[in-house]
Design a binder for this molecule. Structure first.
Ligand SMILES: [Zn+2]
Length: 441
């Protein structure tokens, strides 16, 4: 006893402080340790990692451009079998009326914990005509169409569910997986193409979407908000005739000057945070024709006052209130102060609703981070919504708490050379699995 006490007394103060620091930090870690069942989930994901890469390779090598419905269906059939093997009931949602490939829905009925909706898409922007078709692996990086956007996200979902199932953690849980086949160019109107998807959102408490994960300078991000996308068309009509008559009471100012007036006011007066607006195409003269491909034609001469002008653009905002307010401003600019002899009109088509930032979405990110800490990983932060385009998750954001960007981490989406970091697949699956695990308790 006595000699023990002496030993303690001989320990230098610095060492005592060090021991205390170690004890405090290890007790913090203990508070976030994985349960036995969670640890089993994590191990199972590691064990499955090679099979997950093989499945990704298989579905990347099947072309599923949005306008190649046969290919989308072929990918869907592979996924259909996977979900059935996990005990999910699957069904197809036909999309013939909007000329797109069907969506695949996999469901597991149950009433334990929160009702979870997992979201993916099996189409890519790479049609059969693209030279970019095959999965090529170099170490931990693979290139190929849809490797990260978002066939990588789909295998992350499957791997997470498989691990939860094998750990016995899915029993009694209600989970729906909704995989669309037309995310890159949704069938229009979206009220039809997203009808069943929105219904699924309304029946859910939490929506997890597996679009490409973002990693920058070693930091990982998820999305708690995404801006919506609305397109607009501005039509101007004026009188036409000899250019020498412009500005006369009979001729007025012509359609192009009126178009300029409106666009200049848009440029100068609409700016606000989290919002962008951009005219993507503009024509003035006569006989304007625009095809859905974006090709357009117009006639005109330098000595003729232009009778018509057209501008088509895009508007991206963060909240439904902001969308309504900005539309009102644009309408009033267009409607008031038309130059002599001209008339301007603007119409809008909402392509994606905004996914506004909400406390519920932030709470979901906090829950994701609980599991993430237990994995010993640095905090996942919310991505600036200015940095991300619109996505399917936006359609269900009004009805449930939503997190997006939970899929495979990669680069270069929508361009030949798109990559996935294969080492991110098990990590993202673990994060998703632990979050789902907590939600369905
Ligand atoms: Zn995508």
């Amino acid at each position: 006893m006595r000699s023990d006490n002496l030993t303690v007394l001989r320990i230098p103060l610095r060492l005592v402080v060090l021991i205390l620091v170690v004890l405090v930090s290890s007790s913090q870690l203990l508070g976030q340790q994985l349960s036995k069942q969670e640890a089993a989930v994590v191990h199972s994901i590691d064990d499955e990692a090679p099979a997950v890469v093989a499945l990704l390779e298989k579905i990347v090598n099947i072309n599923s451009g949005t306008f190649n419905p046969a290919g989308v269906i072929e990918v869907g059939k592979v996924l259909d079998r996977e979900f059935q093997d996990l005990g999910f009931t699957t069904r197809w949602v036909p999309m013939d009326t909007v000329k797109r490939a069907p969506s695949l829905v996999a469901e597991r009925r149950g009433s334990r914990g929160k009702r979870v909706l997992l979201v993916g898409h099996m189409d890519t922007v790479f049609e059969p005509s693209s030279p970019f078709q095959k999965f090529v692996r170099t170490g931990d990086i693979a290139t190929g169409p849809g490797t990260s956007d978002m066939k990588g996200g789909i295998v992350v979902i499957l791997s997470a569910l498989k691990a939860l199932k094998s750990a016995g953690a899915l029993d009694e849980a209600g989970i729906t997986v909704f995989i669309t086949g037309d995310e890159e160019s949704p069938g229009e109107p979206w009220e039809i193409s997203r009808k069943e998807f929105i219904e699924a959102g309304k029946k859910s408490d939490a929506v997890l979407s597996f679009e490409t994960g973002v990693r920058e300078q070693g930091k990982d991000y998820a999305c708690t908000a995404r801006r919506g996308a609305t397109s607009w068309e501005l039509h101007v009509h004026g009188k036409t005739g000899h250019s020498g008559g412009i500005f006369s009471p009979a001729m007025g100012d012509g359609a192009i000057f009126e178009m300029s007036r409106v666009l200049n006011l848009f440029h100068d007066t609409l700016r606000e945070p989290n919002m962008t607006y951009s005219p993507g195409l503009m024509l003035g003269g006569s006989n304007i024709k625009v095809q859905s491909s974006g090709d357009a034609s117009v006639s005109g001469k330098t000595n003729i006052v232009p009778g018509e002008a057209l501008a088509m653009g895009d508007l991206r905002v963060l909240t439904p209130d902001q969308l309504a307010r900005v539309k009102d401003k644009m309408v009033s600019i267009v409607a008031s102060g038309n130059l002599p002899g001209t008339k301007a009109e603007i119409t809008f088509i909402d392509k994606y609703p905004p996914m506004a930032p909400t406390p519920g979405n932030t709470a979901l990110l906090a829950k994701l981070n609980e599991g993430n800490r237990a994995l010993g990983m640095a905090e996942i932060e919310a991505l600036d919504p200015m940095r991300r385009g619109a996505g399917d998750a936006s359609f269900v954001a009004p009805f449930a708490n939503v997190l997006d960007g939970l899929g495979a981490i990669g680069t270069g989406a929508h361009a030949p050379g798109e990559t996935v970091d294969l080492s991110s697949l098990p990590l993202q699956s673990k994060r998703a699995a632990l979050l789902i695990y907590h939600l369905i308790q």
